[in-house]
Structure formats: C-alpha cells, structure tokens
Design a protein around this ligand. Structure first.
Ligand code: ADP
Ligand code: MG
Length: 305
C-alpha cells in the first residue's frame, strides 16, 4: 500500500471545523481570528525512547497529540489543529488503525482537527506532531512573568506516570499512557496566572525554568505536594522523588497572586489545583517540610531519564 493510500485510509477524516483547507493539498489553509496570535509547538516521540515498543498503538496516538496540546495549554491558548509527520518501518494495518483511532480520539476530545502531515518510511518508528492554537494578541502566559510572593500552584497530581513506568500493570499506567492535557485550566488562567509551564521533565526541573526566566526563586512545602494515595506506602523521600523528578506528568505548574487564585477557584476548573509554595526574591529552589528547611538531593534522577 502506497503512502497516499495510508493517508486516505487512516488520516483523512473530513471532520474539520474552522479549517479552510485540510488534508489533500500541498498545504492547509486557516484564517486566524482577528487580533490573535498563532501559537505553535512540536514534539517528537521515538519508539523505544519515549514509549516502550509494545505500547498500545491507541495510547501512542493519544499521547502524541496530548503532549502537544499540553504545551498549547501552558501558554493559556486554545488549541485548534495539528499536523502529523509519521515515519514507519513497515505498514502494519492493526497498528495504524489503533494509532489513528487514538490520535483522533484525543483530537475529538479537545476540539482539534488533523489538517496535514507527512508519511515516510524509516527504520525507526518516529511520530512528530505539530500543534497550532490561537491566543488574543499579547495575552500568552510565558515562563518569565513570576513575581515575588506569587503562589506556586500545580494541577492534578504529580509522579503518577514515573511511578507507573517503574511498576508495570499498575492502575496508574493510564496516567502514563493517556495523559490529560489541561486545556480548560490553561484557558481559564489566561488573565490570571503570571507565568506557566507544563510538566514533562519533572516538577522541580520544569519549575526551575520559570524561576530562571523570571529571575526569582521559590520555596516549596513538601507536605503539600499532590501525590496520589497509590504512592503513600513508599518512604516519603521516594514519594518526593517521583513527584519532583519523575517525568511525563503533563500537569500545569503556574504562578499567580493570592487574589487571582481566589478568582480561579470561583471559576471552578475541572481539575484540582494545589498550592505547593511561593515565589521568593532569593534565587534557587528550596524545600521545606512542615515549615522547616528540608534540603533534598535528587540522587535517583537518572533513574527516570
Ligand atoms: P507533498 O508531497 O505535497 O508534501 P504529501 O504527498 O506528502 O504532499 O501529502 C499529501 C497530503 O496529505 C498533504 O495535504 C499532507 O498534508 C497530507 N498528509 C500526508 N501525510 C499525512 C499524515 N500522516 N497525516 C495527515 N495528513 C497527511
Ligand atoms: Mg510530502
């Protein structure tokens, strides 16, 4: 089966909304809403590196979209469409069917259209998704806006995916395979958060990107980290390790004034949010346990790499 037949069979559903021209021509055409900026990001998943080779193709399809929508959400933007660059070692119809279904399921859940891509043969299964979204001009939430005394807040729970990676067949596996991009929360934070990032490489490392870009520091309270009860049998240090250094959470970490945080709660986002600390003048990331200094070492860091 040739390239065009793969595209037509698996990647050419005509369910576009707000797309002038989708799959089938040399390029897709979109009309940006007035006074908006285009928000674009891309992420590659390589078989054997970003997911085990035997991962359910449906989950791979879902995740390849979800990780990109998470980046769009982290800007406070609304996702609109995606492009898919797919490199396949061979044509495997069962795999393509599951993968395309997972990809479209994630698209449908978040109101996103697949508008184009590229299909090639290569020895390694590689999936690159590019996501496009819109935001009112000047409203994007970057990493550089954190202010001293802002609260540091995180959505959902952290460490689940890293724990699942080490404990195959655990019920938290779905958090690793089917991450939920926090699209609704990201949109709500558009006029409220001072800075934001999505957590893909571990909370501590990703929060450090905000601190560096904003030229501030932060103090985190370890007892406030939102860690699932599934991890509560572990020694505290190990739980913190998963929560702070585990990857693949795809939660949002943001900074916000106390007043704006109250405003967010009034809007009743569809995911819990937890205050885990505050922004400080002094640079660096420090940890406290019940209000007392509690230096941490991430000795197991490579474990999760
Ligand atoms: P070109 O040779 O002009 O780059 P292609 O033959 O690669 O065009 O692709 C034909 C059409 O199919 C284009 O509209 C392209 O965006 C789309 N397309 C190709 N591969 C995919 C894919 N994996 N998913 C979605 N659309 C795709
Ligand atoms: Mg091409």
């Amino acid at each position: 089966m040739a390239e065009f037949s793969i595209i037509d069979t698996y990647f050419n559903r005509k369910n576009f909304s707000a797309v002038d021209l989708g799959v089938g021509d040399d390029s897709a055409l979109l009309t940006p809403p007035h006074h908006h900026q285009l928000v674009i990001c891309t992420d590659t998943l390589i078989a054997g590196r970003h997911f085990p080779l035997d991962t359910d193709p449906h989950a791979i399809g879902w995740k390849s979209v979800a990780v990109n929508l998470s980046d769009i959400a982290a800007m406070g933007a609304k996702p609109h469409s995606i492009l898919l660059a797919l490199s396949l070692p061979q044509i495997d119809h069962d795999w393509l069917k599951g993968f395309s279904q997972g990809l479209y399921d994630c698209c449908d859940q978040f109101g996103v259209s697949l508008i184009g891509g590229d299909t090639t043969q290569s020895p390694h299964l590689t999936i690159t998704v590019t996501a496009l979204g819109w935001i009112e001009s000047g409203k994007a939430i970057t990493r550089s806006g954190a202010q001293v005394d802002d609260l540091v807040v995180v959505s959902g729970s952290v460490g689940d995916a890293a724990f699942a990676l080490q404990h195959p067949k655990h019920s938290l596996q779905k958090r690793l395979d089917y991450p939920t991009p926090r699209c609704e929360l990201g949109l709500m934070l558009k006029n409220l958060a001072s800075s934001m990032i999505d957590i893909s490489d571990g909370l501590a490392q990703d929060l450090s990107h905000i601190l560096k870009a904003s030229n501030v520091g932060a103090k985190l309270e370890l007892s406030q980290l939102p860690i699932k009860p599934d991890l509560s049998h572990l020694p505290e240090n190990e739980q913190w390790q998963y929560a702070l250094a585990g990857g693949d959470d795809y939660e949002l970490c943001f900074t916000i004034t106390k007043q704006n945080y109250q405003e967010l709660l009034r809007l009743q986002p569809n995911v819990t949010t937890t205050i885990i600390g505050e922004i400080t003048q002094k640079s660096g990331l420090i940890f406290e346990k019940d209000g007392l200094d509690h230096p941490l070492q991430f000795h197991g860091y490579q474990h999760f790499a």
